[in-house]
Each structure stands twice: as structure tokens, then as C-alpha cells.
Write a protein that binds this ligand. Structure first.
Ligand code: YOG
Length: 163
């Protein structure tokens, strides 16, 4: 039986968030606003279905997924990147004798965002233009931990449960 992350969690520690935003190319003005935000996570876990809402007075970010299934992620309102399948497109065109052009296209699915269990830790890998990007959630005592990482930067957030 896996751990249940469901609940409302309030940010109380946010180590290295500035560097994490920098590595995601968030502009200075946005960083100045974001660094002071109180973030609240509202998590609903129901079997292998998971919804994580990150709320703030500035922007919200919602993510709904099935654990163990890859999906396209668009980090709308954050760094606005498409973390989605890389598609290798092989196109070939051939001209028919009538002068019309026919195109055949084949795509190969390589990688997408994936959230899975590693023991009692939820591990997310986000494939896109940034290397080594992802996050990990785990619970220690009554605290929810989140490690956000990208390239060589790690941001560590700790949340307390809201009564
Ligand atoms: O959480 O992916 O719980 O999605 C990290 C922001 C700040 C906007 C928050 C808004 C990264 C400006 C989401 C903050 C910096 C800064 C509240 C972290 C980007 C832009 C939304 C995250 C996972 C795991 C679930």
C-alpha cells in the first residue's frame, strides 16, 4: 500500500528556489515576485490517479496524472515549456503523375513526463530541452518534502500540513 499524499500543505521552507528559477530562465522581475510567494499544495491521491495543485496569489499550477503513465506536460504560467514526447518525424513526399503531392509521415514516441513510485517516494522525470529535470515528493514525520531539480540545481521545499 503506497503512502497517501492527499491533503493541503503550506510552504515553510524553500531552499535554493532562486537558482532553480534562474536555471529555468525565469526573468528577474518574475523571480522577485515568486521568491516571496506563499505556496500551497493541494494534493488529491485516489488509487493511481493524482492531482497536484500548486496555489499562490500570483499564479497557480495544476497537474493531473496517472502514476506510471507518461503524459505531455505544459508548464503553463511557470517556464512555459512543452515537456512532451520528442517526435522523430520521417517525412517523404512523392509527386503523383497528376501533379498532386502525397505525404506520408511516421512518428516515434520517445519520452514524456512520467511520475512513478520509488518505494514511498513519488518521482517525476520531465524530458525536454533541459537536462536532468524532475522532482521528488516524500513525507517525513508530518512534513511534505519536495525536491525540484534541473541540470545541476536542486531546490528543496518543505510543507506543513494545514489543519
Ligand atoms: O510542482 O512542479 O508538486 O506540479 C515551481 C515554480 C511562481 C511562478 C512551482 C508560481 C517554478 C513564477 C511548481 C508558484 C518556477 C516562477 C506557484 C512546482 C517557475 C516560475 C505555482 C511543481 C510539482 C510537484 C507538481
Amino acid at each position: 500500500m503506497p503512502i497517501d499524499f492527499s491533503g493541503t500543505w503550506v510552504l515553510e521552507k524553500n531552499d535554493n528556489f532562486e537558482d532553480y528559477m534562474k536555471i529555468l530562465n525565469i526573468d528577474l522581475v518574475t523571480r522577485k515576485i515568486a521568491i516571496h510567494l506563499s505556496q500551497t499544495k493541494v494534493i488529491i491521491q485516489d488509487g493511481d490517479k493524482l492531482t497536484i495543485n500548486t496555489l499562490s496569489t500570483f499564479r497557480n499550477y495544476e497537474m493531473s496524472l496517472t502514476i506510471g503513465e507518461e503524459f505531455d506536460e505544459y508548464t503553463k504560467g511557470l517556464d512555459n515549456r512543452m515537456l512532451k514526447r520528442s517526435i522523430e518525424v520521417e517525412k517523404c513526399s512523392f509527386y503523383l503523375w497528376v501533379g498532386a503531392r502525397a505525404t506520408s509521415q511516421s512518428s516515434v514516441l520517445i519520452e514524456q513526463t512520467l511520475v512513478s513510485w520509488q518505494g514511498d517516494t513519488l518521482v517525476c522525470t520531465q524530458k525536454g530541452e533541459k537536462a536532468n529535470r524532475g522532482w521528488k515528493h516524500w513525507i517525513e514525520g508530518d512534513k511534505l518534502h519536495l525536491e525540484l531539480y534541473c541540470e545541476d540545481v536542486v531546490c528543496h521545499q518543505v510543507f506543513r500540513r494545514k489543519q
